[in-house]
Design a protein around this ligand. Structure first.
Ligand code: PLP
Length: 501
């Protein structure tokens, strides 16, 4: 490292600048092999100190070396001598360590790890998943969609495989707007942008609105994917508590008093993970605040149509359509593999969203949009929703019964009014990560509360999803979870009993 670089001969009175002299030394070191590919160079601060130059000169030298292809710099990791390209003389074509040097630094967050686990473990033999936010395959309307897909090919022919504008297929946008007028999320087809699922919709909204350093408020707890999308923009993500009446608007006002908030992202109905609704009073106040203070609201409605009790209210967007951007999809009611979602927005942000959509994937599959348009125009979706509500209500009740059977007296739960999830808090906390690991060992998975809250939670909470498992499997999953909780408590007790060495 720095000991290989001798700076004693740097000359302030030389015709070449100090920056160039530093660059030349490092280039010589790389060319003569004394600095090896992948080797870490001193930080700019260390370089400035040892070479007796100011910090800017050191930074400038590294920038120039990077432009010349001699070094790569990654924020948070440092500056490295660039590895030889793969396949260069003597290189092992199977080696892949060089990628670490070339790739930008990126750590997998806890939330991302949990999301990845939940998708992977949903189909892992031997693990019962209370983690996956997947609907039950038993509810996929395969027959209806197969018939419609056949009709699309027969009547649309090759246009089903052609490119279309980024905003989506006009007939699908119209079918969605007509549902939007009834539910309160859109007035016209012009407001609709078709996207490949709600998650990409959330991602586009976050990217359109947030810049590094901006403030985004989310519910605590919230959907893991929202946290990762908002954080990926470099914004500061602040959690506001969520309870039986939805987002705590008084707490939001305290955040608004201290921060310039650009975006508040929430689910107003059948929230993931609590299954609760935002009360009409809180909705009204939030809409007023958005208008008065000039911030955007992202309303995610993916579970709104899966309601088991309570009455449906018009979507928040109907109260402030210039401020609220609505995101939804067919993933939870039809099937996530369809990858069909939509955004409803107005004004300059709508155009920005359409441009971002075009820049990222041109448009969502034409074929899928044609199928979805026909499906939504008929009565198949209404039948699908009615059947799903019965089906999932039974599973929700089965989960609540099994919870009580296996964890009586040990938990608190918010009874979900809709959606696919329950938010369960343990009365006596345990180490969440230890429980997460112990649960896998016992053959059950859940979503840990810490992955669903922007700040570290003070309680042990978990999301238990009830859509995927049938009632018998769910009961077995709860039995395994209860055992895992007891095992973690036993480990805690024996650790506490160990003598301090
Ligand atoms: C609240 C919420 N929003 C969005 C999504 C993502 O939905 P999609 O599959 O349509 O991308 C999910 C999926 O779990 C979710 O729970």
């Amino acid at each position: 490292m720095s000991y290989k670089l001798d700076w004693t001969t740097l000359r302030r009175d030389a015709p070449t600048s100090l920056t160039q002299q530093i660059v030349d030394r490092i280039v010589t070191g790389v060319d003569d092999g004394s600095l090896e590919p992948g080797e870490k160079l001193p930080t700019t601060r260390e370089l400035a100190e040892s070479a007796g130059v100011n910090h800017l000169t050191a930074a400038r030298a590294y920038r120039r070396l990077a432009e010349m292809g001699y070094v790569t710099a990654t924020v948070g990791r440092g500056t490295f001598v660039r590895a030889h390209p793969p396949g260069a003389a003597g290189d092992d074509p199977d080696a892949d360590e060089w990628q670490e040097v070339v790739l930008p630094a990126r750590q997998v967050s806890y939330a991302e790890q949990v999301l990845e686990d939940s998708i992977r473990l949903a189909t892992e033999p031997g693990v019962l998943s209370l983690a996956a936010g997947f609907p039950s395959p038993a509810r996929y309307p395969v027959g209806d969609l197969a018939r419609i897909a056949q009709e699309v090919f027969e009547t649309e022919g090759n246009t089903a495989l052609g490119y279309i504008p980024a905003e989506g297929l006009p007939e699908l946008r119209e079918a969605l707007a007509s549902r939007g007028r009834r539910a309160g999320f859109a007035d016209s087809a012009d407001e609709i942008i078709v996207v490949s699922g709600a998650r990409p919709g959330i991602d586009l909204v976050a990217r359109a609105i947030l810049e590094p350093g901006d403030v985004c408020v989310v519910e605590a707890p919230t959907f893991v994917g929202l946290l990762t999308s908002a954080r990926a923009t470099g914004a500061q993500v602040i959690g506001v508590p969520y309870g039986e009446d939805g987002l705590d608007v008084d707490a939001l006002e305290r955040v608004l008093a201290r921060h310039e908030v650009k975006l508040v992202a929430l689910q107003t109905s059948c929230q993931n993970p609590t299954g609760q609704d935002m009360s009409p009073q809180r909705r009204k106040r939030l809409a007023q605040l958005a208008v008065e203070r000039g911030f955007f609201v992202l309303e995610d409605g993916v579970y709104s149509n899966l309601r088991y009790e309570g009455s449906e209210q018009p979507r928040l967007r109907s109260l402030a359509p210039n401020h609220v951007i609505y995101v939804d999809s067919l993933s939870k009611t039809v099937g996530g593999g369809l990858r069909l979602g939509w955004i409803a927005a107005r004004g300059p942000v709508r155009r920005r969203l359409a441009m971002l959509k075009m820049d990222s994937d041109i448009h969502t599959s034409t074929l899928v949009q044609m199928i979805a348009a026909r499906y939504l125009r008929g009565d198949a979706h209404e039948r699908q929703l009615a059947g799903s509500i019965e089906f999932y209500r039974e599973r929700r009740d089965a989960l609540l019964t099994s919870l009580e059977r296996h964890l009586e007296g040990e938990y608190r739960v918010l009874r979900p009014r809709g959606g696919h999830h329950t938010w369960v808090t343990l009365r006596r906390p345990v180490d969440e990560r230890a429980l997460y690991a112990q649960a896998f060992r016992h053959g059950v998975s859940f979503t840990p509360g810490g992955a669903m809250t922007p700040e570290r939670p003070s309680q042990t909470a978990m999301r238990l999803s009830f859509a995927l498992l049938d009632p018998d499997e769910m009961d077995e999953a709860l039995r395994r979870l209860a055992r895992a909780i007891r095992a973690v408590r036993r480990e805690d007790r024996s650790a506490a009993a160990l003598p301090i060495s």
